[in-house]
Design a protein around this ligand. Sequence first.
Ligand code: NAD
Length: 275
Amino acid sequence: MTIPALALNDGRSIPQLGFGVFKVDPAETERIVSEALEAGYRHIDTAAVYRNEEGVGRAIAASGIPRDELFVTTKLWNDRRGAAEARGAMGESLEKLGLSHVDLYLIHWPTPANGSPVETWETLGELRAEGLTTSIGVSNFDERFLPEILETGLVPAVDQIELHPQFQQRAATALAAEHRIAIEAWGPLGQGKVDYSAGAIGEIAERLGVTWAQVVIAWHLAAGRIVFPKSNRRERMEENLAAAAVQLSADDIAAIDALDQGAAGRVSADPAEVS
Ligand code: NAD
């Protein structure tokens, strides 16, 4: 299975389809990530708060896959703000992952209640200059929070936001596009909280002889977004990876685009309320 690579605005490239480990039990992470690597995934998305960076690191070490063939993302948690905290947290993540650098380091949430993210963001720029992370970005910075980051002149390579057919984040994606910031869609399948097997997506899946999840993943890929659906089950890991080969027509894409419900389609937390 060939996974497309996407060019980032900092000259780097990222596998467009990866594997996310939110809610993967730390005790099971090594086994599950090892299976994902065996299935063919080369891009792993974790975070300090998932408490499973050690398992990700062990799976990577055991895989024998050359480091430069892997793309590893982790994220700075909300209680680590300011230069010293961000620097310390990055070191802790690298230690747990057993890596000398990650490929992408993100501020996990904007946390407006904790004050400006600017000092923290500029510290990520320094960490990149020092080679501890190859690219830097933000997560959950929608159109309300991205402008403050952009004012620093340090442009994120990616913005990782909740995005799926009923919540398409049109304002955030339009702002990101102006700055060539790639969108990483988290909860790309709706986190199992939306029945996407019915209606337009189900009809397309049936016609193409693929699954509803493959249709949704193919829709993200066609829009140029990066996705890393999560599954603990080997057959679904393979199913999701195989979505890279699913071709949707312009009409299929338009039918899924039409499912957007705006803010009413959100299934997880509003970044304005996360601290
Ligand atoms: P998701 O949309 O990937 O949904 C995961 C759920 O979908 C699984 O638990 C499983 O029940 C189901 N599923 C997976 N493959 C399926 C298939 N082929 N058929 C049917 N059901 C299937 O949601 P997610 O895990 O929350 O998001 C993906 C990744 O995004 C996470 O693992 C994490 O890496 C990242 N994420 C980031 C943030 C953030 O704040 N930055 C928040 C949530 C998730």
